[in-house]
Design a protein around this ligand. Structure first.
Ligand code: LRH
Ligand code: MN
Length: 424
């Protein structure tokens, strides 16, 4: 379903006056409204191609209908999100769930929707029907060299697809690990994995990056061979300058201080990017900012501080991606809420008075330091995010337009109520 610009403009008309009042208020309250607006306009979040359907869990899947049946329809859905919020201008593909059979056609179709290709994702956590070897006991860690070779070749194939599409990075998430003590020699598993990643690293074009994504547990429940930020940093450091760590917010043990991890990885110049989502217990892949919005703010606070300390370009120097799966929400509404949460939280972090915070920290004035952070977090910046959308030709209220245009009903009419998208 294509959303015509005039539909967005018409919807905006009805709430323009109310928006203008709110925007004038916040713009008068802060001294850097214009620079924040430009940063919000430049900030694009990549949408995962594997999160446009209803994934479900092992206990059940409750499809909502109208799900994309192929990559073309996935690009159309992400194009619709981007038409609404002008902040979803990239796709992160997962292979083989979304193989671009005709890369030139797919690239052109994406360009028509104003979309670029962000990090490519390989998949050695499932066995493919035509596979020669199984990944039951792991892929790159596997004691069997032929199985490691199969995983290496798959990742190199994924890089080739990415080059055709104009992507500039590969995310490697390895489900490898063990479920029981004694099952695995941790040292050999690490060395096999490093040796395998080295072969993939050697196949990277000069201007590409490799993101090594860590995860504490699942699908292995005793050890994971890239199990935390320290292990991911070890791999990325041993691999070379094109290798970085990738922080998926749901991949930490309970109560991990993710903002401190982010600060240190940035300091080391080894933070490659994010998989944004939220969680209360495990890798729940819930809507960004829906469970722990203050943690998300503290993470963005460290991102702004750390990126400015290194003179990094906020919009282009890190990989901003969502990684989610949907069970009870409309996938597109869930993604609209996630992008909104990211933009609002980024704007709040840009409000933090860094000079005053630095002074408070140097004076061990703990109370003032908290006041400075919470003042920014308690500032309603929604009108700033809306103004950035308006200036980019987007909707003041994307969800309202999505509903008033009955997008899901139209998708069900077009595609049927039983279609199932590839992915999670
Ligand atoms: C693993 C993960 C990884 C993807 C997958 C879809 O939990 O976060 O990033 O490959 O989800
Ligand atoms: Mn992830």
């Amino acid at each position: 379903m294509k959303l015509d610009q005039y539909k967005v403009d018409t919807c905006n008309q009805s709430s323009l006056k109310n928006h203008q009042r709110k925007f004038d208020f916040i713009a008068a309250e802060i001294n850097n409204a214009e620079s924040i607006l430009q940063k919000l306009i430049d900030f694009q979040v990549a949408i995962p191609s594997w999160a446009l359907g209803t994934g479900g869990t092992r206990f059940g899947r409750f499809g909502g209908g109208g799900e994309p049946r192929n990559l073309e329809e996935k690009i159309e859905d992400i194009g619709l999100l981007h038409a609404l919020n002008k902040s979803s201008g990239a796709i992160s593909l997962h292979i083989p769930w979304d193989i671009p059979e005709n890369a030139a056609h797919i690239k052109a179709l994406a360009a028509q929707h104003g979309l670029k290709f962000d990090a490519m994702n390989s998949n050695t956590f499932q066995d493919q029907p035509d596979r020669q070897y199984t990944y039951k006991f792991g892929s790159m860690q596997n004691v069997n060299k032929a199985i490691r070779k199969q995983a290496i070749e798959h990742n190199i194939e994924v890089i080739k697809y990415g080059i055709e599409l104009g992507s500039k990075s590969l995310t490697v998430w390895l489900s490898d690990g063990s479920c029981f003590p004694g099952q695995l020699n941790f040292r050999k598993a690490f060395q096999n994995t490093l040796e395998s990643l080295r072969e993939v690293y050697a196949a990277l074009p000069d201007n590409w990056k490799m993101f090594v994504e860590y995860k504490a547990f699942e699908p292995n429940f005793y050890s994971t061979t890239v199990g935390d930020w320290g292990q991911s940093l070890l791999y990325a450091t041993k691999l070379g300058n094109k290798a970085y760590t990738l922080v998926d917010l749901g991949h930490h043990l309970p109560n991990a201080n993710i903002e401190q991890i982010v600060a240190l990885l940035l300091m080391e110049g080894k933070l490659g990017g994010f998989h944004f989502n939220d969680s209360k217990y495990g890798d729940d892949d819930l809507t960004v900012g829906s469970i722990k919005p203050y943690q998300l703010f503290l993470i963005f606070n460290e991102l702004v501080e750390g990126m400015d300390a290194k003179g990094m370009n906020h919009a282009s120097d890190l990989g901003w991606m969502i990684d989610a799966s949907h069970n009870v929400k409309d996938p597109l509404e869930d993604l609209l809420q996630s992008v909104e949460a990211i933009m609002i939280t980024y704007a709040q972090a840009l409000l933090v008075d860094r000079k005053k915070l630095n002074e408070a920290q140097n004076n061990n004035d703990v109370v003032t330091a908290q006041e400075i952070l919470q003042n920014a977090f308690r500032t309603d910046v929604r009108a700033l995010a809306a103004e950035a959308r308006l200036r980019s030709g987007g909707a003041l209220n994307p969800l309202a337009v999505y509903r008033s245009e009955k997008v899901r009903d139209n998708l069900i009419k077009e595609r049927g109520s039983k279609t199932v998208a590839t992915g999670l």
